[in-house]
Design a protein around this ligand. Structure first.
Ligand code: FPP
Length: 245
């Protein structure tokens, strides 16, 4: 089935038995902030700051395109290996983003969600994130998911722990999937990585089982509404078969 056909209502079953119609879920590995800054002889934080502008633009673009779920990989469970100063800068930017953008997200009927173990963050930041998630929890227009201290393998291990002790005969793909941080979200249809790198870096390994992968050379701070529209157009040309013919 082509993605174009999918938008006309024909649906294909995923490995998990869910049906996939139009482009519902886009997930992005936002890469290249550091290189964007380096090219301009700026500190890395300048790239991350510009990256936040791209987050805003792409999240608005996704709403305009009618995409139900946009998932952004903001801080991986491996990013703790970065210098303390950069980690602190990223936390500061995240704090600022939530404080300044929560009104617009709420007014735009966006439900904010977090995947990953964000409880490892500073208590005040955890409280800020939790309040933003709670405030927007009943919004129904679209969902913005942010990966914070997220690692796919860690997520699967946490899900497996929740299932431990159950009768093994009752454990199937749907049971495990329900325990993932994304349990109630649709599978990823399109996974984009910016900056020319071609890796998944422990991101949505389960959820992207049948995703179309798109690696673009654009550095994340230069990615915006137009680049998202181009990615969607590329997706619409792909043929999705979900293991069938
Ligand atoms: C990758 O670029 C980017 C990150 C590790 C962080 C992404 C974070 C943001 C855009 C800001 C916070 C996001 C939200 C949603 C509030 P890199 O630093 O690895 O770039 P490089 O590979 O060029 O060095």
């Amino acid at each position: 089935m082509s993605a174009v056909a999918a938008t006309t209502g024909t649906s294909g079953a995923t490995a998990c038995g869910k049906t996939s119609g139009e482009l519902r879920h886009v997930a992005i590995i936002m890469d290249g902030n550091g290189r964007w800054a380096k090219k301009r002889f700026l500190p890395r934080i300048a790239g991350h700051r510009k990256g936040i502008e791209a987050v805003r633009a792409v999240s608005r673009g996704a709403r305009e395109q009618g995409i139900d779920v946009l998932t952004l990989y903001a801080f991986s469970s491996e990013n703790w290996r970065r210098p303390a100063e950069e980690i602190s800068d990223l936390m500061g930017l995240l704090r600022h983003f939530i404080q300044t953008d929560i009104d617009e997200l709420d007014e735009s009927n966006v439900r904010l969600r977090v995947i990953g173990d964000h409880n490892a963050f500073a208590p005040d930041l955890v409280a800020l994130i939790d309040a933003a998630v709670e405030r927007t929890s009943t919004n129904s227009g679209s969902t913005l998911v942010i990966g914070l201290n997220y690692g796919s393998q860690d997520e699967i291990v946490r899900a497996a722990r929740k299932l431990a002790g159950r009768d093994p005969a009752t454990i199937d793909a749907a049971a495990l999937e329900a325990e993932l941080d994304t349990g109630d979200l649709p599978p990823v249809d399109l996974l984009i990585r910016t900056s020319g790198e071609q890796r998944l870096s422990n991101f949505m390994l389960w959820q992207a089982a049948y995703a179309e992968l798109l690696f673009v050379d654009t550095l994340w701070p230069d990615f915006g509404k137009a680049a998202l529209a181009e990615a969607v157009a590329t997706y619409n040309l792909r043929e999705r078969r979900f293991g069938g013919l």
